[in-house]
Design a binder for this molecule. Sequence first.
Ligand code: PGA
Length: 244
Amino acid sequence: MVIIKAKDYEDMSKRAAALLAEQIAQKPDSVLGLATGSTPVGAYRELAEKFRRKELSFSKVKTVNLDEYVGLLPEHEQSYRYFMQKHLFGLVDIKPENTHIPDGMAKNIRHACREYDALIDSLGGIDLQLLGIGHNGHIGFNEPAKVFEKETHVVELKESTIAANARFFSSPGAVPRRAVTMGILSIMRAKRILLLASGADKAEIVKEAFFGPITPAVPASVLQLHPAATVIADGEALKECKTL
Ligand code: PGA
């Protein structure tokens, strides 16, 4: 695992966008695994800017997102489909049919989960997976657990995750209690992984996840085993990691 210390959120976002742009330049039909949350917003803004400057094209890129809430329509402002449209897909030349997000409205959600893993396989797997990290160490919506859940599955969100995401909803009661997420194996099978972390509130979990034991109680810790994982974090998020 390579850990890169960025100066601040802007610097982290620029470095992340540069790495993603380089991936697309090397392989224009890359399969990108994408993440939502406040952390990657700056990187998406940088990518959209690179596209606007004609430095980058998404015309052959395919994307698979990590997760989606159960029960929110794609048009709902807090659905992850809406988020991706607003922060990236709507700003670049990606083909809508090449963007994939788990279906939180599927009638048979377990079947939809199996289909999502089959879809990732049919695309040839993920070339580069972008990740954030939750305060409890979750990646995607893989919450702390007794075992690593391997495949795409439905999760009951932890109260801490619901509380953290309540800022985006009218009230904590409006936050969906369940989500569909890629599993740990789906994530670990990505050829490269890029995790971003910013801010002092992530400092404890960054230290625990990347310098502590590998355990499903801290899902992100499994990334220590990935052969090509890069973490780009700002000084605040790395402030508990004294050796960096
Ligand atoms: P955040 O969420 O980027 O909004 O902090 C991170 C996550 O939950 O993965």
